[in-house]
Design a protein around this ligand. Structure first.
Ligand SMILES: [Zn+2]
Length: 405
């Protein structure tokens, strides 16, 4: 087994699923086994912290054929989704199976922590949430899965009652986080205050879709940071695309507020590259938030896949290494930093203990056929062994026969 810093050996893991130490001598291996530890060496594979998905939409995943998007843009996606919903193509059992299939793909990729937004409100109420929870229960021993109630609009003003009632129902059904899209609301402030108040009363965290637009005049991130400053609620702002369109002086004041308020940010290169910028045919912007400036200000920044093979993003393979590669190419990050955004930083914003190979860390790990983090991101080898709390929960063995003579 190889560690990212070049050390080789085997890993001793305690009953509680934490790393004890790296074993580099046969004598130490024997005494570790004698004292009841699990010892793993993974036959020379590179051992890294397990991957984590910061932002999925599991209720929508794998619906590209059920809800075909004829134009491939946002308008086409919304129409396709509404049409498929009206036609009753998202019945309970098929949604349970699709969510389970997406979770299986994430797990075999090496993902042990997943945060997924699930639509709540309107005519569907909490039906999708119940289906997602049923699927997630199958993976209880293998993954930490948390759901965000992505509440339908409006959450403020006329017509909001049905959606706010559904959000209350979701909270009582055990949803983990409260969500919504304040920048699309008739009254963004009222939406933010309602979400923060509800979360505080019920001890929930918050994850909002924020400023998913290239229009720099839309900047609810600043208001969000201001309003949650003295509220004891853990807040994540996902997307924050318009922040990336501001010049660096304009950004600074907003980012200072975000850092002071302790708000975490999730960048979502896949769906943003797919959906944003279609009305900018020349020098098309990438639709990413101001990743480097946020990191420099000390903000926790993670990266997620967002949609996967649905009308909002026709591709995506439920593998955080795909997101990491996009953060290298489109976000101009170095490979180690991109990897942290799909592993350690996700755990941090989700309030979970650090995973890795150092003594005392949670043994959520991935053993993969590569010799560096850069190669892992570049090649995304299919051959992977996944551990959660020191227990192997998925193993994919890839085999290739070449016949080139
Ligand atoms: Zn999203």
């Amino acid at each position: 087994m190889l560690l990212a810093d070049g050390r080789r050996g085997a890993l001793a893991i305690s009953d509680s699923g934490h790393v004890i130490n790296l074993i580099q001598h046969d004598g130490d291996r024997r005494s570790a086994i004698d004292s009841g530890c699990e010892v793993h060496d993974f036959e020379g594979r590179l051992l890294l912290p397990a991957l984590a998905e910061a932002h999925a939409h599991l209720d929508k995943s794998l619906t590209a054929e059920l809800a075909p998007n004829p134009t491939g843009d946002l308008r086409g996606a919304i129409e396709a989704w509404i049409e498929a919903e009206r036609a009753g193509r998202f019945d309970h059992q098929s949604m349970v199976e699709r969510v389970a299939r997406s979770l299986e793909m994430l797990l075999t990729s090496g993902t042990t922590v997943v945060r997924s937004h699930i639509n709540v409100g309107g005519a569907i109420g909490i039906k999708y949430l119940l289906a997602a929870q049923e699927a997630a229960a199958r993976f209880r021993q293998a993954m930490d899965i948390e759901f965000v109630a992505l509440t339908h609009m409006p959450m403020s003003g006329p017509g909001s009652e049905v959606n706010l009632t559904a959000l209350d129902d979701a909270v009582h059904a055990g949803v983990d986080l409260v969500g919504g899209c304040p920048h699309l609301e008739p009254d963004p402030h009222a939406c933010i205050d309602h979400v923060l108040g509800l979360a505080r009363r019920h001890g929930k965290a918050v994850d909002l879709h924020v400023d998913e637009t290239l229009d720099p005049r839309v900047l609810t991130l600043s208001d969000l940071a201001e309003r949650c400053r003295n509220v004891q609620v853990k807040v994540t702002a996902s997307h924050c695309v318009s922040l990336g369109m501001l010049d660096r002086d304009q950004r600074r004041a907003v980012i200072d507020r975000v850092a002071t308020a302790g708000v975490s940010v999730v960048a979502l290169p896949q769906t943003n590259l797919f959906l944003q910028g279609r009305d900018h045919p020349v020098a098309t912007p990438r639709g990413l938030t101001a990743v480097h400036d946020l990191v420099a200000a000390g903000v926790t920044v993670a990266a997620g896949a967002d949609n996967a093979q649905d009308p909002f993003n026709l591709v995506g393979r439920c593998d955080p290494l795909e997101t990491a590669a996009l953060m290298v190419m489109a976000g101009h990050l170095l490979p180690d930093d991109a990897f942290a955004m799909v592993s350690a930083n996700v755990r941090r914003l989700a309030g979970r203990g650090a995973a890795g190979t150092e003594p005392g860390q949670v043994a959520d790990l991935i053993a993969i056929n590569a010799t560096s983090v850069r190669q892992v991101i570049a090649e995304a080898p299919a051959d992977r062994i996944v551990l959660r709390g020191g227990r192997v929960v998925a193993r994919t063995v890839a085999h290739t026969d070449l016949n080139i003579d």
